[in-house]
Ligand binder design. Structure first.
Ligand code: MUC
Ligand code: MG
Length: 371
């Protein structure tokens, strides 16, 4: 089976969020998806998405930069070439383009979507096979207001849509964040899992005080409390507290995962297709984690349905110790797909069908694309 790539096109798609989403480094009112369409010589198409958070405030690739890397470098590199599978495609991209994992993730996804459609198989089958067609998914409470977060959490619990929550902290002084976290934990009750994501906002000293207090409050997991570069502090925190640490920004790919685990980190890794360079690359990190006894979590860059689905196909092949946060489409007011994903009972369902299992709504793509 060979796929001959004829052309690759890309679009920036701006979609408002349902409410402001407040993180330690940015407040989002809109999400920008970079979408790609890969067209094969016989007309078969594959779709992919690369999405980051808050322009350049989360990582080194902006939506505009991702589009430019695709249009100026990766599309000309791949167009006119044939591939018998993902390994030669990845090797060619990595030989000619350093970094740019978000852009590569969109292309790996589009290739898998096309290959799945050609073979009549879901992307999960190309990645090893789904263990389940439903995956656990939490919701992030991040309106920036404690009472609003409590009301939102209570409503979602009553509806049964989610049964675990992540709070975004780190933008405010530690004492304020602890009051906020404790109020939400108390209001939602002891049976509801509450985790926090600090998005690198604390120095090592603040992190020690923060971890001790969060452990007392009954928080289940603390994500990326210190800076991406401060591996030593992350490792020390993971060994000092029984409250587990989830490494996010500090662990992008299999090399990071190996280095962190070999240096003594214990806890969990947030897998994200964009950090690793695609669904298959993220699974390489998962395998390193499994070999090292590090737990797994399915992470999001708050992607729309395409990017969320690409991740879900990969995560469905794993046992996710901490579940996932693949709720991105629910944070967006709209999307560019014909059928939305189904979320219920704390789970999201992987649709059947070949490739990613979703159709693009071309009218919506035209409406939301940046002119
Ligand atoms: C992050 O750093 O984990 C994931 C969920 C959410 O609300 O924000 C993201 C980013
Ligand atoms: Mg995070």
């Amino acid at each position: 089976m060979e796929l001959s790539i004829e052309r690759i096109e890309s679009w920036l798609v701006d979609i408002p969020t349902i409410r402001p989403h407040r993180l330690s480094m940015a407040t989002m009112g809109c999400q920008t998806l970079t979408l790609v369409r890969l067209t094969c010589a016989d007309g078969l198409t594959g779709w992919g998405e690369a999405t980051t958070i808050g322009g350049l405030s989360y990582g080194p690739e902006s939506p505009e930069g991702i589009k430019s890397a695709i249009d100026a470098y990766l599309a000309p590199l791949l167009s006119g070439k044939s591939f018998n599978g993902l390994a030669p495609l990845t090797a060619l991209m990595n030989a000619h383009v350093k970094g740019n994992t978000f852009a590569k993730s969109a292309l790996e996804t589009a290739f898998l979507d096309a290959q799945g459609k050609r073979l009549g198989l879901p992307v999960s089958s190309l990645l090893g096979g789904a263990l389940s067609d439903t995956l656990p998914v939490l919701w992030t409470l991040a309106s920036g207001d404690t009472q609003k977060d409590i009301a939102e959490g209570q409503k979602l619990l009553a509806e049964g849509r989610h049964n675990a929550f992540k709070l975004k902290i780190g933008a405010r002084p530690l004492a304020d964040d602890l009051r906020h976290t404790q109020a939400i934990k108390r209001a939602l009750g002891p049976d509801v899992s509450i985790r926090v994501d600090v998005n690198q906002a604390w120095d090592a000293g603040t992190a020690v005080r923060g971890m001790a207090a969060l452990q007392e409050i009954g928080i289940d997991l603390v994500e990326q409390p210190v800076a991406l570069w401060d591996r030593a502090a992350l490792i020390q925190l993971s060994r000092r507290f029984t409250l587990p640490i989830l490494a996010d920004e500090a662990v992008a790919d299999a090399h990071d995962g190996y280095a962190l685990a070999a240096s003594g980190f214990t806890g969990a890794y947030a897998l994200k297709i964009a950090k690793a360079g695609g669904p298959a690359q993220a699974l390489k990190l998962a395998q390193v984690a499994q070999a090292a006894g590090v737990a797994l979590y399915g992470g999001t860059m708050l992607e729309g349905t395409l990017g969320t689905l690409a991740s879900l196909h990969a995560w469905s092949t794993l046992k996710l110790d901490w579940g996932s946060e693949m709720f991105g489409p629910l944070l967006l007011k709209d999307d560019v797909v014909a059928t939305p994903l189904a979320f219920a009972n704390g789970q999201v369902r992987l649709p059947p069908g070949p490739g990613l299992g979703v159709e693009i709504d071309e009218d919506k793509l035209r409406f939301y694309q940046r002119k």
